[in-house]
Write a new protein. Sequence first.
Length: 175
Amino acid sequence: MRDFRLLWCHGSLSRPWGTKSMALAETALKMGLSMEGPDFSDLDDPDSRVARLTSILAEDDRPAILAGSSMGGYVAAAASMTADVTGLFLLAPAFYLPGYAVHVFSNLPGPATVIHGWNDDVVPVDNAIRFARTHKAALHVLADGHRLENSTAELCALFARFLASATAPDAPGRP
């Protein structure tokens, strides 16, 4: 397997290593990938987080795979527009919300997977549908809320499938 860098971008009010991210990190480890979890909790502004992530990505020349939840999903997608990113795995991403600078995403990597809850009361599911339709991203909408806390096993299965696709030698967007 080619050497990839896997980074987790946590949400607005969370920390890097919660239940969800730990489960995803364990899934990645079974596939030979170690997941990093930069701490953005000192930054309230999503676009300041994008700048920090872009800086972190610039410190390493390996292609990155980004995963993120809520604001972290936005941060991952926005940073991927200007960095060497191989794929995006986005959970309830905070797209098209007031106070976020990027509303038109371009130059996104493939593959991209978006997972959202039908009962999300923080970010409307329609925002995820709009993003997935626009960018031809895989979309999974689950019977869950914003935190997707009742879907951990399904998230891990989808993450494993995504990682297999993103690290394949013939993955979309790979040389």
